[in-house]
Write a protein that binds this ligand. Structure first.
Ligand code: BG6
Length: 489
């Protein structure tokens, strides 16, 4: 993993620079990296998109976005200095139309006073545009000297992945290709590696002998906001499951890598995808929140899924027979990002059955959202003359333990791309394997089941996991049920 902190001088070109991702994540991330002193000594951001946007409009848009979504106020001298390094070019870049962008790159290089800086391109555009832009880079002669960050999803299914991959490999080497999945940049996802491989306590239990099942649960309370154009074509399967949730699963399930370096780490994650059983339609529940087709930009008869829950099996020695349940959806009751490892019950219980029957089993929960943390929940005897058990927990919170000031996922990954560290990016063979897993489900996609806004998705998702249950929503009332039962029995 990386040792140096200050990246080399860089001209960063953002495609789709006035889009939702750029406003919510990229521009705020860059500003915070600047505040933390993590940008190169000399850098420049050239935004580009099809719409007409002037340099000043781009700067105003960036300021408003950073004020709304960023961690630090864009004001004063620091903001002035930052904003002067932002320029914009409006163009429909393609193999047939490269001049406007290349001219704008020369202008930006003049402003930087150098032409030896590295070129980093960030494709924050819909997946359908990746091919056209990549071809254009080849024709413009830019492919020879740049790194390219591709947003997810990389392809829309196995065959479009293959087409895109072939084109990208024709223009760029693997070392120049950065396929981003920002969940891999989350502090707690990396902490799973530390938790598993730097401690003796839990790794011994990290297998089928001790784990009953695993849940990766990422409900979201927001809808599609301004991204309907993209989302209605992608849906939850492509936007979240085959990307973020599968990547997190691979970190949970992988074998220890020989070294904490890009190659060995990614090798182990890819092995997990190869060991996963192809998803069958009966392992999948799709949902659509009520009123979704009425959202701006969504087709009136849209059958796009805004919710997905799946049951996955990994057919290898470590995980044979252990189900992994994955769930995510828009407009659900709460925004959370959790991974729960549920332990098997002890072989025999010496406690009266009614004292623990309703309780969830002991489990380890990783909170990936916010500042992140880890919680271990287990049963303890309640103080008092009778034997009565209740759930208690021990927890670790990043903010409390190490203070705030952490850099978030996008900040980390942009910084890694600036430094040329590909450890936390994905590889083509891994993505190919994930598309294979979904092939049957994508081909035989059924209509999604409706669910109410603010709910936990269609009832079928509860049936999918039964007789187990989703740990979210948190259920303090289970504890109450015991007390009540005891009082009345
Ligand atoms: C994005 C998805 O990649 O991740 C969105 O396209 C989703 O649909 C988002 O809302 C979640 O990201 P975060 O920042 O909440 O971890």
């Amino acid at each position: 993993m990386k040792a140096e902190i200050t990246p080399p001088d860089t001209l960063l070109i953002i495609f789709g620079a006035n889009g939702d991702l750029s406003k919510r994540k990229l521009l705020p991330a860059l500003y915070h990296l600047d505040v933390e002193g993590l940008l190169p000594k000399r850098w420049h951001v050239l935004g580009t998109a099809r719409s007409e946007v002037s340099d000043d409009e781009f700067r105003q848009m960036a300021q408003a976005a950073i004020a709304e979504f960023g961690k630090c106020e864009p004001e004063g001298e620091r903001w002035e200095r930052f904003s002067q390094r932002l320029t914009f070019v409006s163009t429909k870049f393609s193999a047939e139309n490269t001049q406007e962008l290349t001219a704008a790159i020369s202008d930006a290089e003049d402003l930087m006073g150098d032409t030896s800086e590295q070129l980093l391109l960030y494709l924050s555009t819909p997946p359908q545009t990746f091919g056209t832009i990549t071809e254009g880079l080849g024709v413009a002669g830019l492919a020879k000297r740049c790194r390219v960050v591709y947003e997810k999803p990389f392809g829309m299914d196995r065959s479009s992945f293959e087409e895109l991959d072939a084109l990208v490999q024709r223009e760029l080497s693997e070392e120049q290709t950065y396929r981003i999945d920002h969940f891999l940049g989350k502090e707690t996802v990396q902490n799973i590696l530390a938790f598993r491989f730097a401690n003796g306590a839990f790794e011994a239990t990290w297998n089928r002998a001790h784990i009953d099942h695993v849940q990766i649960d990422v409900p979201e309370d927001m809808g599609v906001e301004e991204r309907a154009g993209f989302y209605d074509r992608a849906g939850a399967l492509r936007d979240m499951l085959v990307t973020h949730l599968f990547q997190v699963l691979s970190v949970i399930a992988m074998e220890p890598p020989t070294r904490l370096e890009s190659g060995p780490l990614i090798d182990e994650k890819v092995k997990v995808f190869h060991s996963m059983r192809d998803l069958r339609p009966e392992d999948v529940v799709l949902g659509q929140y009520e009123g979704y087709p009425d959202e701006d930009g969504v087709a009136d008869d849209s059958t796009t899924e805004t919710f997905v829950a799946v049951r996955v099996f990994i057919d290898n020695w470590r995980w044979d027979g252990v189900p992994f349940y994955l769930r995510t959806g828009k407009m659900m009751a709460e925004k959370r990002q959790t991974v729960t490892m549920a332990f098997r019950p002890p072989p025999a219980t010496m406690f009266p059955e009614h004292t623990s029957r309703h309780l969830a089993r002991d489990r380890l929960t990783f909170e990936l959202g916010g500042e992140g943390g880890v919680e271990f929940t287990f049963l303890a005897k309640k103080p008092g003359p009778s034997i009565e058990l209740g759930p208690v927990s021990m927890s670790f919170d990043y903010g409390e333990a190490f203070g705030s000031g952490l850099i978030d996922a996008y900040e980390r990954l942009i910084h890694d791309a600036l430094l040329g560290d590909r450890t936390l990016f994905t590889r083509a063979d891994g993505i190919a394997a994930t598309w294979d897993l979904l092939e049957e489900v994508l081909n035989e996609q059924t209509s999604p089941l409706p669910y109410a806004r603010g709910s936990w998705g269609p009832d079928a998702a509860a049936e999918l996991i039964a007789p187990r249950h989703w740990y979210l929503p948190d259920r303090p009332e289970i504890d109450e049920a015991i007390t009540t039962e005891k009082a009345t029995s």
